[in-house]
Design a protein around this ligand. Structure first.
Ligand SMILES: NC(=O)C1=CN([C@@H]2O[C@H](COP(=O)(O)OP(=O)(O)OC[C@H]3O[C@@H](n4cnc5c(N)ncnc54)[C@H](OP(=O)(O)O)[C@@H]3O)[C@@H](O)[C@H]2O)C=CC1
Ligand SMILES: O=C(CO)COP(=O)(O)O
Length: 329
């Protein structure tokens, strides 16, 4: 790969900026697409993303711009790091190219119940799509702290080709050909992180978080396998790895959101106070509905959705969960 290869990153929030920094450290010419000209100018002139990643300087080979069409001209790849809710409005602009599109967002669509690979495939030819997912808090990645993550595509060669755009020894990428497993792991761990945050907010101890991680992993695997993904993928970075990080790491927005709801905040107010995307809210609804369609029981995930939608109170939900008939593990 040439030193001057251009890679575009769409999304100047936490994750897009962090990935742009990794690509810049890898020697790429990076174009980071912000929401508008005002944001782009601010980031270019201050050389910092003060709102999302304060204190981390933007290097000279990272240029921020607002027009995604201009940003894609001559680019070898696009990394899509906007929230999942933007996919249908933004992705049509990437439909015509032949460069790979690396999806870095994590979630399920609450209406269509699609995974990220399916959401992207509605707009982009399937062979252009790769997914990047795994335990990776943006702030740590941005600071160059060691991170291991998974790149998935329809075959291993495509996943490796997508991974090759990143060439930073602090950012180690494993490849996978299980798009379904990687997409499901990244989406569902956010819902379990909300449950872990709720346990924290209720003042429960470490035991409840360990139970949420373990039973949550079991639910994630059940739904993933029913959707055609591989159990082994859920035991890797994009499943168990990201689940542990998000359920225990204080940087997790989904976990913090769960804790705030448990302390009495309304869901909308908790999202507003975090001030960044909390993907687990939409995914909880989607996963509950998907499980219903497939006839699968997911007690934790369904409880999170029912608490957030107001159909059950959290203390009652905990009682119901703990009173379920005992059964073999
Ligand atoms: N942060 C992390 O540690 C990680 C995040 N991810 C995933 O990456 C995805 C993005 O998350 P993250 O960067 O953290 O989110 P943030 O909330 O940090 O940033 C969201 C960005 O998206 C922009 N945005 C929101 N809505 C729109 C829209 N309709 N049109 C254009 N721009 C929009 C925001 O602009 P504005 O500032 O103007 O609102 C902001 O730049 C999520 O799916 C998340 O799960 C994955 C791994 C790690
Ligand atoms: O996905 C993430 C880390 O891998 C970030 O999780 P949160 O969105 O909960 O902060």
């Amino acid at each position: 790969m040439g030193e001057q290869q251009v890679v575009t990153v769409w999304g100047a929030g936490s994750w897009g900026t962090a990935l742009a920094l990794v690509l810049a450290r890898s020697g790429r010419q990076v174009r980071l697409v912000a929401r508008n000209d005002v944001q782009a100018e601010l980031l270019n002139s201050s050389r910092e993303n003060a709102r999302y990643l304060p204190g981390i300087p933007l290097p000279a080979n990272l240029h921020v711009m607002a027009d995604p069409v201009v940003a894609m001209q001559g680019a070898a790849a696009c990394v899509y790091a906007l929230p999942c809710a933007t996919v249908d409005s933004c992705l049509p602009l990437l439909a015509d190219g032949d460069y790979p599109v690396i999806a870095a967002c994590k979630g399920l669509h609450p209406q269509t119940l699609e995974r990220t690979d399916q959401m992207f495939a509605r707009h982009i030819a399937a062979q252009r799509i790769a997914l990047l997912s795994g335990p990776s808090f943006a702030a740590e990645v941005a600071r160059g702290q060691p991170t291991a993550i998974t790149m998935a595509a329809s075959d291993l060669a495509k996943a490796e080709a997508a991974a090759a755009f990143f060439d930073d020894t602090s950012f180690r990428i494993y490849s996978s050909d299980d798009l379904i497993g990687v997409a499901m792991g990244g989406a569902l761990k956010n819902v379990i992180a909300i449950a872990a945050g709720m346990a924290d907010g209720l003042g429960f101890g470490h035991n409840s978080v360990a139970a949420a991680v373990t039973r949550g992993l079991s639910e994630m695997a059940r739904l993933t396998v029913a959707c055609g993904g591989r159990y082994e993928t859920l035991m890797g970075l994009s499943g168990l790895g990201d689940l542990v990080l998000t359920c225990t790491g204080t940087l997790s927005r989904n976990r913090r959101f769960g804790a705030e709801v448990a302390r009495g905040a309304a869901a909308a107010a908790a999202v507003a106070s975090i001030g960044q995307v909390v993907e687990g809210v939409r995914t909880a609804e989607a996963a509950d509905r998907l499980a219903g369609h497939l006839g699968i029981e997911l007690p934790l995930i369904q409880t999170v959705h029912r608490v957030l939608s107001g159909s059950v109170r959290l203390p009652d939900a905990v009682h119901v969960l703990m009173s379920r008939p005992e059964r073999a593990e």
